[in-house]
Design a protein around this ligand. Structure first.
Ligand SMILES: [Zn+2]
Length: 189
């Protein structure tokens, strides 16, 4: 473990950008989409997370009944008409009154539809990891709107390739043991 020689403070802790992007990647793991799992994390100016979201079917539209396919002869049988993108879900699921002046961290550059939602919600900054659809018209349109609306966007390069979540770092089994002494004391009371 690396720590500061003067104070002893641990130094290899997650920085804010890594933490928020890692949160977006973690919530993406909730997605049922077999091809594309995208997560988003909205952060306010106090560095507090006010929303997360991942791509999924609308409320009441069963993950098991609605289609997840991409290439179907009838577009009604593909996912495109139905799936809500991560950014939309994050904005709609916010636990704050609004997301004005917030920053959204998202795994993939927003599409044009999500760009509109981001702009209208008052979000002022977009931090993304992948811009793999940069050539698509949806992305070009999104950037055009962001530029016009004064939304800052920038690609985040993570400090490390991986952030590992290891449940065994804390011995949860040991913590679950009930201490004996307090029990005896309470019996005496
Ligand atoms: Zn979108």
């Amino acid at each position: 473990m690396i720590s500061n020689p003067t104070s002893g403070k641990r130094e290899n802790y997650l920085n804010w950008n890594d933490f928020f992007m890692a949160t977006a990647f973690l919530v993406a793991k909730r997605s049922k989409d077999p091809v594309s799992q995208v997560g988003a994390c909205i952060v306010n100016q106090d560095k507090k997370i006010v929303a997360t979201g991942y791509n999924g079917m609308p409320l009441g539209c069963s993950d098991d009944e609605f289609p997840w396919g991409k290439k179907t002869s009838n577009k009604l049988d593909s996912k495109y008409f139905y799936v809500c993108h991560a950014e939309m879900n994050a904005v709609m699921n916010k636990n704050s009154a609004d997301v004005k002046n917030c920053t959204i961290y998202v795994g993939l550059f927003p599409c044009n539809e999500c760009a509109k939602i981001i702009i209208q919600s008052g979000i002022k900054e977009v931090v993304y990891m992948s811009d793999k659809h940069a050539h698509k018209k949806e992305t070009v349109a999104a950037k055009r709107m962001f530029d016009s609306a004064g939304i800052k966007y920038w690609q985040y390069i993570p400090t490390d390739e991986k952030v590992v979540i290891d449940f065994s770092e804390i011995n949860w089994n040991e913590q679950r043991q009930v201490p004996e002494t307090p029990q005896k004391m309470s019996q005496q009371d």
